[in-house]
Design a protein around this ligand. Structure first.
Ligand code: FAD
Ligand code: NAI
Length: 507
C-alpha cells in the first residue's frame, strides 16, 4: 500500500511539475521583456531573408553589438522539412511557421522587422532597396537604407529549366502556399473523380499523381501521399482509393543520388511495396493541363494523362542574386550562386557582405542543416568583428590622446603606451575562425512509417521501418523545431491525425 501511495505521489508531482514547467516556458516565450532602443553609435547589420540561414543568425546574434534590421517578403520562418506533411493535411500550415518577431522580440536590443522584398543591393554604396509587395500598400512602398554589414540569405527559387507548362500547370513544393495549393488540387482531383457519371478513363487520369524529381523533396512527398491514401482515402473514398496512382519521375539513373546504394535500394523496394511507380532515366519535357510529356529511357516520347503534377526538380538562384553577382563580375563567376570565402564573405565585397544558405555556392549541399550552421557561425563571427572594431576604436582614441601630448604625468604616458602596445598585440593575434561544417546526418521519411538515415556514426547508413524509426524521425524533427509553440502544435497535429485521421475537406 505504501508503495502505491509513493507511486501515486511521484506521478502527481511529475505531472504537476511538468505542467508547471511547460506553462512557465510558454509564458516566457509569449511575454518578452523590454528591449534596448537602436544605438546610433553601433554599426547596422541588415539581414535579407527569414529562412533557415537568417533565422539561425537572428537566434544567435548578440544585439548588444549591433543595430539589426531584417527584411523579408515573409514575416515568418518556414520549417521546410515538414512541408510535405502539410501538403497531405497531416500538419496544419500554421504549425510549421514561426513569426520572425517571436524571435527578434526576445533579443536584448530592438530588431527592426520589415515585410518587404529586397529589389536591389548596391555593394559600392552599401545600400539595399526594398519594396512592399503585399496587397495593401501605404503611401510609401519602396525605400533604400544603408548597411555596415549585409547578411545575404535570400535562398533560391524553383528551377523549371523553362520547360513548357511547368509554371502554368504544375504545383511546386517550396513555400507554404505551394503545400496548401497542392492539398486543394489533390482533393479537387479526388472529388472530381467522384462526380457521378465520370467515365473510367477520366477517373484514372484524375487519380494519377505525377511527382517530378527524385531528390529528397519528391521522395518524401510521394511517401506522404501514399500514407494519406492508405490511412485515410481508403476509408472515406473506398470506391476510388484503389485507383489512385503515384508516379515518381527522375531524369537520373536512380532516385536520391546523394544517398548510398543500400539506402536507394531500400527506398526503391519500399516504393514498390507501396505501389509507387518510379520512372528513372525519364525526363519531363512538357507539362500540359491534363497530361505530362515524358522522354523515356529509350528517347521515345510518351504523353501520360494525369490529374496533378508536383514539380520538385531542384532550385536556381533568384534574379536579385544574379543582379548582385553581375555587379562584381570579376569575382562572381560561379553559376551555382554567390562565391564566398571560408568566412562566408562575398568575394568582391569581403568587407561588408556575407552570403549563406542556398543562395551561396560552396562545397556543401544546399540544405537547412548547412544554412543554419552558417547562420549561427556568422552570428559568432559578427561578435568577433564587433570586438575587433571596438579594439580598433579604442586604439585610435589612445593614439590621438598620445599625439595631443597632454599627459598629466609620466606614469600616465607610460600607461597609455602600454595599452597601445597591448591592443596592437591583440589585434595582430586576431584571426577569426573559418566556417567549419559539421554534418549531423541526413534523414528522409519515405512513407509507410519508414525512414532512411545517412549518419556520420554507426557505419553511416540506417535503413529501417517500424515504430522505432518512425518515432526517431518524428522526435528528430520535433527537437529541431525552433520553439516550444511549434513543437506543441506539431505534436498536437500528429496526435489528432492518429486519433481522427487527416481531414479530407477542401477549403
Ligand atoms: P530559405 O530557407 O529558403 O530562406 C530564404 C528567405 O529569403 C525566405 O525567408 C524568403 O522569404 C526570403 N527572400 C526571398 N526573396 C527575398 C528578397 N528579394 N528579399 C528579402 N528576402 C527574400 N534541408 C535539410 O537539411 N533537411 C530537410 O529535411 C529538408 N527538407 C526540405 C523539404 C522541402 C520541401 C524543401 C523545399 C527543402 C528542404 N530542405 C531540407 C532544404 C532547406 O529548406 C533549404 O536548404 C534551406 O531552406 C536553405 O535556407 P536559406 O536560409 O538559404 O533559404
Ligand atoms: P534536388 O535538386 O535534390 O532533386 C531534384 C531532382 O529532380 C534531381 O534528381 C534531378 O535529376 C531531377 N530532375 C530535374 N529536372 C527533371 C526533369 N525535367 N525530369 C525529371 N527529373 C528531373 O531537389 P530537392 O529534392 O528539392 O532538394 C533540394 C535540396 O534540399 C537538396 O540539397 C536536398 O538535399 C535538400 N532536401 C533535403 C531533405 C532531407 O534531408 N530530408 C528533404 C528535402 C530537400
Amino acid at each position: 500500500r505504501k508503495f502505491l501511495q509513493f507511486v501515486g505521489r511521484a506521478t502527481l508531482i511529475t505531472v504537476v511539475g511538468g505542467a508547471g514547467t511547460f506553462y512557465y516556458l510558454a509564458q516566457k516565450e509569449r511575454n518578452p521583456g523590454p528591449q534596448l532602443p537602436f544605438d546610433p553609435e553601433k554599426k547596422t547589420v541588415v539581414v535579407l531573408g527569414s529562412g533557415w540561414g537568417a533565422t539561425s543568425l537572428l537566434k544567435t546574434i548578440d544585439t548588444a553589438d549591433y543595430n539589426v534590421v531584417v527584411i523579408s517578403p515573409k514575416n515568418y520562418f518556414l520549417f521546410t522539412p515538414l512541408l510535405p506533411s502539410v501538403a497531405v493535411g497531416t500538419l496544419s500550415p500554421r504549425s510549421i511557421i514561426q513569426p520572425t518577431r517571436y524571435i527578434t522580440r526576445h533579443k536584448a536590443r530592438t530588431v527592426s522587422v520589415i515585410e518587404a522584398e529586397a529589389t536591389d543591393v548596391d555593394p559600392a554604396a552599401k545600400t539595399v532597396t526594398f519594396t512592399d509587395d503585399s496587397e495593401i500598400k501605404g503611401t510609401t512602398s519602396t525605400t533604400t537604407i544603408g548597411y555596415d554589414y549585409l547578411v545575404y540569405a535570400v535562398g533560391a527559387e524553383v528551377q523549371t529549366f523553362n520547360i513548357p507548362g511547368v509554371q502554368k500547370h504544375a504545383v511546386f513544393m517550396k513555400e507554404l502556399h505551394d503545400a496548401e495549393r497542392m492539398q486543394r488540387a489533390f482533393m479537387d482531383c479526388v472529388e472530381t473523380a467522384a462526380f457521378p457519371g465520370q467515365d473510367t478513363a477520366e477517373i484514372e487520369r484524375l487519380l494519377h499523381m505525377v511527382v517530378v524529381g527524385g531528390g529528397p523533396t519528391g521522395v518524401e512527398l510521394s511517401g506522404e501521399l501514399h500514407d494519406f491514401l492508405k490511412d485515410d482515402l481508403m476509408a472515406w473514398y473506398p470506391e476510388l482509393a484503389g485507383k489512385v496512382k503515384i508516379t515518381l519521375v527522375e531524369a537520373l539513373p536512380s532516385v536520391l543520388p546523394m544517398f548510398s546504394k543500400q539506402l536507394i535500394e531500400y527506398t526503391e523496394s519500399t516504393f514498390k511495396e507501396s505501389k509507387i511507380d518510379i520512372l528513372t532515366k525519364t525526363m519531363v519535357k512538357e507539362v500540359k493541363d491534363r497530361s505530362v510529356v515524358l522522354q523515356m529511357p529509350d528517347k521515345s516520347i510518351q504523353e501520360v494523362p494525369c490529374g496533378l503534377v508536383v514539380w520538385a526538380a531542384g532550385n536556381k538562384g533568384r534574379n536579385l542574386t544574379q543582379n548582385l553577382m553581375a555587379k562584381l563580375p570579376a569575382e562572381q563567376t560561379n553559376r551555382r550562386g554567390i562565391a564566398v570565402d571560408d568566412h562566408l564573405r562575398m568575394k568582391g565585397a569581403e568587407d561588408s557582405i556575407f552570403a549563406l544558405g542556398d543562395c551561396s555556392a560552396t562545397s556543401y549541399a544546399p540544405t537547412a542543416q548547412v544554412a543554419s550552421q552558417q547562420g549561427a557561425y556568422l552570428a559568432r563571427a559578427l561578435a568577433q568583428i564587433a570586438r575587433k572594431d571596438g579594439m580598433e576604436k579604442q586604439l585610435s582614441h589612445l593614439e590621438q590622446t598620445k599625439q595631443a601630448g597632454a599627459f598629466e604625468s609620466e606614469e600616465q604616458k607610460q600607461n597609455i603606451d602600454k595599452e597601445i602596445e597591448g591592443l596592437k598585440n591583440r589585434l595582430a593575434k586576431f584571426k577569426p575562425r573559418p566556417f567549419n561544417y559539421s554534418h549531423q546526418g541526413t534523414l528522409a521519411y519515405i512513407g509507410s512509417e519508414k525512414a532512411i538515415a545517412d549518419l556520420p556514426f554507426m557505419n553511416g547508413n540506417i535503413a529501417s521501418g517500424g515504430v522505432a524509426t518512425y518515432l526517431f524521425w518524428r522526435s528528430a524533427y520535433l527537437s529541431t523545431l525552433f520553439s516550444l509553440r511549434n513543437r506543441t502544435l506539431v505534436a498536437t497535429d500528429w496526435l489528432k491525425v492518429k486519433l481522427f485521421g487527416r481531414d479530407v475537406s477542401r477549403e
